[in-house]
Design a binder for this molecule. Structure first.
Ligand SMILES: Nc1ncnc2c1ncn2[C@@H]1O[C@H](COP(=O)(O)OP(=O)(O)OP(=O)(O)O)[C@@H](O)[C@H]1O
Ligand SMILES: [Mg+2]
Length: 589
């Protein structure tokens, strides 16, 4: 049911081809709805000759006009306004508003479908304010979905429900400056996907997402309280290795590159059963030929050599896994490595091996399925290797798997290789249709798919952006520097959320993204408050501004540390610093 609320009349056409009409608004006495009308408000008019058809539009600008304030009037009022309070009320008598409305579609209320605008709109036609039901069924497409927040700038604030399939189908990019609320919003989207049971994978270079396992509430004092009830099941996967004979704590902290927040995670694990830590090593052979050659600066001769060895292995063995040194040894044994390149290539392969993230196969080539040694052929000592790296068991319905690559000692090439290998394994699993659906979120996307630079993760992310949807995988890229992100990947993401952006270079990218009549949103981007974002994509009929809701889970691990203990009390701040310092000194002396 649409409640009629007349706010004014069409007075003329601005540009009928573009659907632009001027409307005069009724004065406040006649309709108190008028104060609600602002740029971005949704409105409609009824078609003249068709019963069920309405034309739906959006207010593009609002002008307040007062005939008393023309050039002559200005001088008159300027002199009087200073002296006379009543002048205001006299002025307001002749004041009225004219808005420009962009009518962009017509809607058949009976059939509930959107049809092209066909008939002429006469001056005098009543303009009405669209209510929540109408906005929901047309702008938001009327379906249930990811409840991420409300429509901003409207007083009724209809709830936004983004269709999860459309988000997966489109691939999503979230752009915004530092602190604009990207990760917070991404966390909300993860919370919402989890409610549908969709498994999620997060690439987390800051180690900030694992708080999704804690349900929280802000109390009356504005402090964050962790509820007894548990949040989402979270599996934190990181580059590392389990060894026998260690205490539980040693097991997780001693070997490999544990997450930045490993201490807090370990404490949390003692008191909950929905947080898991999974140290994992990857197969060198899983990162793929093109990715390997982008790991170190190889010369073109060296790249050719690597390709020859790679092709020889894949020609000879169907299901081979190997470590970097084994790969090199195989090349040597088959005379694929020339005398002159041998030493230089060996050094580079050793650098790759030294990243300390690859499984060690004792310089052998091993069958991936059986774990048996394939090469050298004369070794039959019965040893069998565990060749699994990432498995289906690391994922789950209603579970978020986090690739935590936040350890500062992890070098950037190791970080990228680790993620590339895991994404490649996921791709294999998707192709085998092990998953029904998977939502993949990559933070700091400009590091994983930089513009004009070859890195191990780039081609696999491109695959997910381009082909993922056919296999049920949706990609979401988060970045504070869209101008540093590969343009092809950006163009593959058909849904976008733009949060506050201030850099000229980034605003240029945004200008390319926001189409046609909604360009004026660009001017607002630098002033967006935290948690506001323009959404464009097939989940809504028009670009909309989302006011993201509050998080249900703990987002504090992504927050900036407070440097000033009390902003209003300088002395207290100094005292807190001094006290903490004294305690620390005791520990270290
Ligand atoms: N919708 C929101 N409601 C309430 N607080 C929010 C909202 N969005 C963001 N915030 C606050 O803003 C802070 C910064 O947000 P967030 O960490 O998501 O920024 P970011 O864009 O990811 O920044 P960075 O580029 O540094 O990662 C959060 O810690 C949170 O407190
Ligand atoms: Mg962030």
């Amino acid at each position: 049911m649409i409640i009629i609320s007349r706010i004014g009349y069409i007075i003329g056409t601005k540009n009928a081809e573009k659907g632009l009409f001027s409307c005069i608004l009724l004065s406040e006495e006649e309709s108190n709805k008028i104060s609600k009308v602002q740029e971005g408000s949704y409105v409609y008019v009824k078609a003249e000759d068709e019963e069920d058809i309405i034309y739906v539009g959006v207010v593009k600008d609002v002008q307040v006009i007062n005939p008393q304030v023309n050039d002559e009037g200005m001088q008159f009022w300027k002199d009087r306004l200073r002296e006379l309070d009543h002048a205001y009320s006299v002025l307001s008598l002749t004041e009225y508003k004219v808005v420009t409305v962009h009518l962009f579609c017509s809607y058949d209320q009976e059939k509930r479908e959107i049809v092209p605008i066909i008939s002429w709109i006469s001056p005098g036609t009543e303009l009405k304010l669209a209510d929540e039901t109408l906005v929901d069924s047309i702008i938001l497409r009327g379906e249930d979905g990811l409840r991420v927040g409300t429509l901003a700038y409207l007083q009724t604030e209809p709830a936004i429900k983004l269709h999860p399939d459309k988000i997966i189908e489109d691939s999503l990019a979230i752009f915004g400056t530092r602190g604009s609320g990207k990760s917070y919003a991404a966390g909300i989207i993860l919370e919402e996907f989890e409610k549908y049971g969709t498994p999620c994978l997060v690439i987390d270079p800051h180690g900030e997402y694992w708080g999704l396992n804690q349900l929280v509430k802000t109390n009356a004092q504005g402090e964050l309280e962790i509820l007894a009830e548990q949040g989402i099941t979270v599996n934190v996967v990181y580059p590392g290795q389990l060894r026998d004979g260690l205490t539980a704590e040693q097991k997780y902290t001693a070997i490999g590159f544990p997450p930045r927040c490993i201490k807090e995670m370990f404490e949390r694990i003692q008191e909950c059963d929905n947080l898991f830590l999974t140290p994992l090593q990857i197969n060198f052979s899983d990162i793929g030929l093109t990715q390997i050659t982008s790991l170190v600066d190889f010369t073109s001769t060296q790249i050719e050599t690597i390709e020859t060895i790679w092709n020889r292995i894949t020609d000879n063995y169907q299901n081979a896994v190997f470590d970097p040194i084994g790969f090199f040894q195989y090349g040597l044994a088959n005379d694929d490595i020339g005398r002159r390149t041998e030493n230089a290539l060996r050094r580079k392969i050793e650098i790759i091996n030294g990243l300390n993230i690859f499984k060690d196969y004792g310089q052998r080539i091993v069958d991936k399925e059986t774990g048996e040694i394939l090469w050298p052929e004369n070794i039959h000592d019965g040893s069998q290797y565990d060749t699994e790296s990432l498995q289906m068991g690391h994922f789950g319905p209603k579970q978020i798997t986090i690739l935590d690559v936040s350890n500062p000692e992890l070098s950037e090439p190791a970080r990228l290789s680790f993620c590339a290998s895991i994404l490649n394994s996921v791709k294999d699993m998707m192709r085998k249709e092990i998953f029904r659906g998977l939502f993949i979120l990559a933070e700091e996307a400009h590091r994983f798919a930089p513009i004009d630079q070859r890195v191990p993760t780039k081609s696999i992310l491109e695959w997910f952006a381009r082909e993922g949807r056919k296999n049920g995988a949706g990609l979401c890229l988060v970045s504070q520097r869209p101008s540093g992100l590969d343009r092809d990947i950006i163009s593959q993401c058909n849904s976008k959320i733009l949060m506050r952006l201030t850099e000229q270079a980034d605003l240029k990218v945004a200008a390319d993204i926001i189409a046609g009549d909604f360009r004026h949103y660009i001017d607002r981007l630098p002033y967006f408050q935290q948690g506001f974002g323009i959404f464009m994509g097939s989940a809504s009929f028009l670009p909309i501004v989302i006011d993201f809701r509050e998080r249900e889970t703990n987002s504090k691990f992504g927050e900036t540390k407070k440097v000033v203990p009390d902003i209003t009390d300088r002395e207290k701040s100094v005292a807190v610093y001094q006290e903490e310092w004294k305690e620390k000194m005791k520990q270290y002396s």
